[in-house]
Ligand binder design. Structure first.
Ligand code: APR
Ligand code: PHB
Length: 394
């Protein structure tokens, strides 16, 4: 089998890229190791920057998002029993974000690809990519127990953090920058109305908490927990009591979360990692395959979308003009945005979490910075601009 663009991974990066290429008349094949039900059920974050919303609309995948997604004009910060709202449009000249779960984005993209797109193969596990520096790289994969090959003009590794595509970049040219955090998140999905109209990010001596949502009747909640925590140690009552304690504020003394059945809970490790460069020969990396962020700034999906928008433009330009200029610029163009998001995610994470080794001095510094955000429009604007996301390069 031969295709113009071989895409490894059917997460948001691979699926959106396939759509953008399909709409431009460029053929591709998507190879996804898991089955469709697994990919559609996987719980991930749910904040879309304006540039991601625009990209999904441009890809023709915005219809349900525009109907069911919730536009949010701010977030609330809670610290030292205080509450402070960060007003995005006022601080950024009109920008906001959309709350629409990554799982829903993935479902929408799969449905479109299945309706009229190129091949999207589930259960196709890529083992290796060879010939990255030759004219026709080859993807070796296993489907129905049989070893198969896909020859491509270009191979795009959209296969996430544990993917194999990055191995096609020789170790002599590849550099990995990494940081792991000394805490994890317990992610909770509950059949309970959201705590509040907007997301609440809480700093507390007991640890970080985040109250997010999926719909008017489903809450998505997170608690900082020690690395290695077993979710079974967290009963529903313990979860709700801890959320109430961490989210408590003197601005609303009787405030409590509305409780409901917890339908899923899982522990998520927190890590930052960047692989450079994001291209070697005819193999290019996009999304989590090249970089991951801790979830505090909700940047993972947005970075993945930005990468594939830049990449689709480069592949379309190559087809239309024969010029590899944009493709040659791909890695540098993306990495500039990636490192901005890495910095933002790191600073949000370290600002809001209680590091187990933290001294009282460091806690005072966190509270001082939170107070600065609450009292200085400049400090708040820095947060708001990064949270709502930078525009894509033209
Ligand atoms: N062969 C085929 N598919 C693979 C292989 C392989 N060897 N290895 C991984 N995959 C698939 C995974 O099953 C997954 O569906 O690649 C896909 C990668 O998808 P994601 O992990 O969702 O990564 P990406 O598309 O870059 O999206 C980034 O996902 O992890 C979140 O927070 C992150 O929101 C961000 C987004
Ligand atoms: C989520 O809704 O899952 C979510 C929201 C904001 C974050 C992280 C996750 O910062």
């Amino acid at each position: 089998m031969h295709t113009t663009v071989g895409i490894i991974g059917g997460g948001p990066a691979g699926l959106l890229l396939a759509r953008l290429l399909h709409n431009a008349g460029i053929d591709s094949v998507v190879l996804e190791s898991r089955d469709r039900a697994y990919v559609e059920r996987r719980q991930r974050a749910g904040i879309l920057e304006q540039a991601t919303v625009d990209a999904l609309r441009a890809a023709g995948a915005g219809e349900r998002m525009d109907r069911e997604g919730m536009v949010h004009d701010g977030i609330e910060l809670r610290f030292d029993r205080r509450s402070h709202r960060v007003d995005f449009p006022a601080l950024t000249g009109g920008r906001s974000v959309m709350v629409y779960a990554q799982t829903e984005v993935v479902k929408d993209l799969i449905a479109l690809q299945r309706a009229d797109g190129g091949p999207l193969l589930f259960g196709a596990e890529v083992r290796a990519v060879t010939g990255a520096d030759a004219d026709r790289p080859v993807v070796h994969y296993l489907l129905d127990g049989r070893e198969q090959t896909l020859t491509c003009d270009y191979v795009i590794g959209c296969d996430g953090f544990h993917g194999v595509a990055k191995n096609a970049v020789p170790e002599s040219v590849r550099t990995s920058y990494e940081r792991t955090y000394p805490y994890s998140w317990l992610g909770i999905l509950a059949e309970a109305p959201p705590a509040y109209e907007e997301l609440v990010y809480a700093h507390s001596e007991r640890g970080f908490a985040l109250a997010s949502m999926r719909s008017p009747s489903v809450s998505r909640l997170y608690l900082q927990v020690p690395n290695g925590t077993d979710p079974a140690d967290w009963s529903d009552d313990r979860i709700w009591d801890e959320l109430d304690a961490r989210l408590a504020t003197d601005a609303d003394p009787g405030w409590k979360l509305e409780r409901g059945p917890v339908v899923s809970k899982a522990v998520l490790p927190m890590r930052s990692q960047v692989t450079e460069p994001m291209r070697y020969g005819r193999v290019l990396l996009a999304g989590d395959a090249a970089h991951i962020v801790p979830p505090t700034g909700a940047k993972g999906l947005n970075l993945a979308a930005a990468d594939v928008v830049v990449l689709a433009r480069a592949l379309i330009s190559l087809r239309d003009t024969g010029s590899v200029e944009l493709l040659d610029a791909y890695s540098d163009t993306c990495l500039r945005r990636v490192w901005r998001a890495e910095h933002f995610s790191y600073s949000m994470t370290t600002l809001l979490h209680a590091d187990p080794g933290q001294t009282p001095f460091e806690t005072r510094l966190q509270l001082s910075q939170l107070d600065r955000i609450a009292t200085s429009p400049h400090a708040a604007a820095e947060l708001a601009e990064n949270y709502t996301g930078l525009p894509l390069p033209r």
